[in-house]
Design a binder for this molecule. Structure first.
Ligand SMILES: [Zn+2]
Length: 317
């Protein structure tokens, strides 16, 4: 019996289990199709069947956006851990440690600098796997550091949120990060540098209600949930059924809350185009003559209201 359990069984197990990790196939949460992991990675974690954009880790996000996937992470400022000594079913400090072990990150954000399209850029990417990408003091501090680094390097600032909102275990301290991050991006704007937000799934709560909605240009990934309160909470409050696709990137585009919805595969090229337009004084573009440009109409006063400063509005007939 000993011989069977100690020798034969492990041998058989080794034979059966050899090179078969359990995550070779992944099921798409949107269309339920099985996707081979290599194919999924080649498609940048976008379902090849339905185009569903799956969440990606912060580090992968940085690799996808920077030139040659090269960047330098910055050391994030040390923050007091668990300022309120918060405890729900478990201690907050315990949850933090667990998230740190799981993700290998200090908190729910990575800040890196490098170039995008040859232009100096600072990118702050959220890590959703770290307590739902929630924003506490450490994340707020990291965003401040990112903004100041952008100003120092005269670089563009790009933030990629993937967050459920404020970190409730930090109570009022997490809410204070909303004004702080607004001040952070304001420093970038005042320096005349571009600030671009790339909404990924999900961007909700206090993150939406602060720095995320302040981008000079707001880009969203297809299907990303972007909103303040969740759909169910709103429905229960106003007692109405919300329209199809409510709080999705495409719905927000239609209603003017985001500027463009861009497939993950085109994100980098789009970003380069935008950064060149914003940063290069003479962007590469063809000068096109307008066909049959009509001569400007004579001074009728009817066509020029609001065009020239100080012009009198046309008197109504
Ligand atoms: Zn799918």
């Amino acid at each position: 019996m000993n011989w069977l359990t100690n020798f034969v069984r492990p041998k058989i197990r080794a034979l059966v289990n050899r090179e078969v990790p359990d995550n070779l196939w992944r099921k798409c949460p949107a269309c339920a199709q099985m996707i081979f992991h290599r194919e999924l990675e080649a498609k940048l974690q976008v379902c090849p069947h339905c185009g569903h954009h799956m969440r990606i880790p912060a580090r992968r996000r940085l690799e996808l956006l920077f030139d040659d996937a090269e960047f330098k992470l910055i050391e994030l400022p040390e923050m007091p851990v668990d300022p309120l000594r918060f405890r729900d079913r478990r201690r907050y400090s315990e949850r933090l440690r667990e998230a740190q072990t799981k993700t290998g990150l200090k908190d729910a954000i990575l800040v890196a600098h490098g170039t995008v399209g040859g232009l100096p850029t600072v990118i702050a990417a959220f890590e959703f796997a770290f307590m739902g990408g929630s924003m506490g003091a450490a994340v707020g501090e990291a965003l401040l550091a990112a903004a100041r680094l952008a100003v120092l390097q005269e670089a563009a600032l790009i933030v990629v949120p993937a967050s459920g909102g404020a970190r409730m275990q930090e109570g009022i301290v997490s809410l204070m990060q909303m004004p702080r991050t607004v001040i952070a991006v304001d420093e970038v704007k005042r320096a005349g540098l571009p600030y671009i937000v790339i909404f990924s799934d999900p961007t909700t709560g206090g993150v939406t209600a602060s720095f995320a909605m302040l981008g000079d240009i707001a880009i969203a990934e297809p299907g990303a949930v972007i909103g303040f309160a969740g759909q169910r909470v709103i429905e229960e409050t106003i007692r109405e059924t919300l329209p199809e696709g409510f709080q999705r990137a495409e719905y927000l585009l239609e209603h003017g809350m985001v500027d463009m919805v861009v497939h993950r595969a085109d994100l980098r090229a789009t970003l380069i185009r935008l950064l060149r337009l914003l940063r290069e004084k003479t962007p590469e573009a063809e000068i096109v003559a307008l066909p049959n440009a009509e001569p400007a109409p004579a001074d009728t006063g009817a066509t020029d209201h609001g065009c020239s400063p100080g012009a009198e509005p046309a008197a109504p007939e």
